[in-house]
Every structure is written in C-alpha cells, then in structure tokens.
Design a protein around this ligand. Structure first.
Ligand code: AHG
Ligand code: MN
Ligand code: MN
Length: 281
C-alpha cells in the first residue's frame, strides 16, 4: 500500500505543476459520462497511469477519464478507481481542485475498498489517506515532500452545509432538508468541487455535503467508484457517515464502471437527519 501512496505523491507533484503552468482549455474529446474533457483532465490521467504502471501490486486501473478499465499486472492485488482531476473546470477560475483514489481488492463494490486517498490542490497541496490507521493529513513542504500534519476526526455534529445539484431540479423533501439545516444555523459552503468542499467539512470538524437525485439526474451526478465510495470510506473512518438517502454508500454494488449514485456525507447527526427526511421518499 505504501508504494501506492508514494506513487500518488509523485503524481500530485506533477499534476500541481500542470495546473499552475499549463493550458486549462477544453480538448475535443468527451469522457464516458459525456463530459467534454479538459486538457488538464487528460494530462492528469496520463501522469497517474504512468506512475501506477511502475507498481507490481496493482492489477488494474479504472479512471473517470477512460471508458474501460486498464489491466496492469495479472498477479497484482489491488484495483484502483480514480478521478484524476475532480472539479477541473474550477481551475479556470483559480479555485481548488483535487484527485481522488479508491484502492479496491477483488472488485469495485463499496465493500471492496481497502483504502482511499485524495489530494487537494489549493493554496497548499494536501494529501489525506484513510486506511486501518485512521484518516491522516499530509502537507507538501518546500522540500517537495509530504509531511504528516494531523489525524482528522469528525465531531458528531457540525455547522457547514454543502448542497450540490441544480436547485430548480431538487425534489420537495430535499429542498426542505437543505432549508432545515439553514434554519438550524448551518452556513453555506459550496465551491463546486467535492474535494475542497468535503475537505473543508472534515477539517472544520463536521457538517453535511449532499448531491441528491434530481429530476434531471435521477441517479445523481457523482460516480461511485471514482468519487463516492472513496469519500464514503474517508468519512466513515473519520467517525462520520455516508448514505444514499437510505442505504450506507459502502454497501452499494457497482454494476458499471461509470455508475453514479445520490450521496450524502457528513457527521453522524446530520446523516441521521437525512435518513429521517428521506424515509418517506
Ligand atoms: P468532475 O470535475 O470530475 O466532472 O466532477 C465535478 C463534481 C464534483 O466535484 C462537484 O461536487 C460536482 O461535480 C459539482 O456539480 P454541480 O455543479 O452540479 O453542483
Ligand atoms: Mn469528479
Ligand atoms: Mn474528473
């Protein structure tokens, strides 16, 4: 596992460099979900693939930017599902973006996850790992190495509300749920990048991030194996919870590589509220 974390750190240095200095325009290609890829998405994907291809314990890679999984080593143990550059359209406006990695064994169901890692490229570059050692944050130093900063733990309840999706297309119970958090004093924190938004909730100790089913996207927008399962794993390991409205996200199966699901990540109290307001859906 450590060699995988090292490869992620090497990729992160290179990705940080292209975000800072290279073309952030659109390419001519679309990915499997139908998003037009940015040059940055394509280049980040190549950087990660190159670093991972040096590691014999990796059996296969599945990327948000590739239609099909890509086999690496027949005798490898791990399958890695990753989003090379999440929130890439925010690079244009100089907001934080991230990379997300799920390290799976045997298959890509939620319960196959063994570890999850994400990197935030913001004013600082930080990496968070979640595994049997808990949730640990590292920060890039002047020496171009990542240094351990602290362990991350969620409180039982927080103050931040990060509601995703187009509001016009929210269902009535979801509108009421979001409103009830605001009525209870929660503050809006939504950048449009799930990595910095979820990172903020983790660092500040708690809150709720939602990306619900909407009338235009009945299965939500966020992808199970590249985005949702890894963050569900991080949130659970940090003492929080993550559900699709009713079911624990990590109990969901992945039928297709690019499957999406509605998702809610937060501290325990907020997830309890989500569960009760979705009970009559
Ligand atoms: P990506 O850039 O990999 O396609 O994903 C962006 C995601 C996620 O980071 C964010 O939370 C969500 O899309 C934002 O979607 P809305 O603009 O619909 O709220
Ligand atoms: Mn993404
Ligand atoms: Mn992406």
């Amino acid at each position: 596992m450590l060699e995988i974390y090292d490869a992620i750190q090497r990729s992160a240095l290179k990705i940080q460099d292209i975000i800072a200095f290279e073309d952030s325009g659109y390419s001519e290609n679309q990915n499997a979900t139908g998003d037009t890829q940015l040059e940055l998405d394509i280049q980040s994907d190549k950087i990660i693939e190159k670093e991972f291809s040096k590691i014999s314990s990796i059996k296969e890679l599945a990327s948000e930017e590739k239609e099909l999984p890509c086999p690496l080593n027949k005798n490898g143990k791990y399958l890695i599902g990753y989003d090379p550059l999440d929130g890439s359209s925010l690079a244009d406006v100089n907001l934080s973006v991230g990379s997300i990695f799920g390290i799976y064994e045997n298959g890509y169901d939620g319960n196959d996850l063994k570890a999850a890692v994400y990197v935030v490229y913001g004013p600082r570059v930080e990496m968070v790992t979640a595994d049997e050692n808990g949730v640990r944050m590292y920060r890039l130093g002047k020496d171009k190495r990542f240094h351990f900063v602290k362990e991350l733990k969620l409180n039982d309840k927080g103050k931040l509300n990060s509601p995703g999706g187009t509001q016009k297309n929210w269902k009535t119970n979801h509108k009421k749920l979001v409103e009830s958090f605001f009525e209870n004093g929660y503050r809006l924190r939504y950048s449009g990048g799930m990595v910095p938004d979820l990172h903020q909730i983790l660092i500040k100790g708690g809150g709720i991030f939602s990306y619900p089913a909407t009338t235009d996207l009945p299965k939500g927008k966020l992808r199970k194996i590249f985005e949702v399962f890894p963050f569900a794993f991080v949130y659970e390991k940090a003492g929080g919870a993550a559900i699709d409205g009713a079911t624990r996200l990590l109990d969901l199966k992945c039928e297709q590589i690019h499957d999406t699901t509605p998702c809610f990540f937060g501290s325990k109290e907020e997830i309890k509220k989500v569960r009760s307001s979705y009970a009559y859906d």
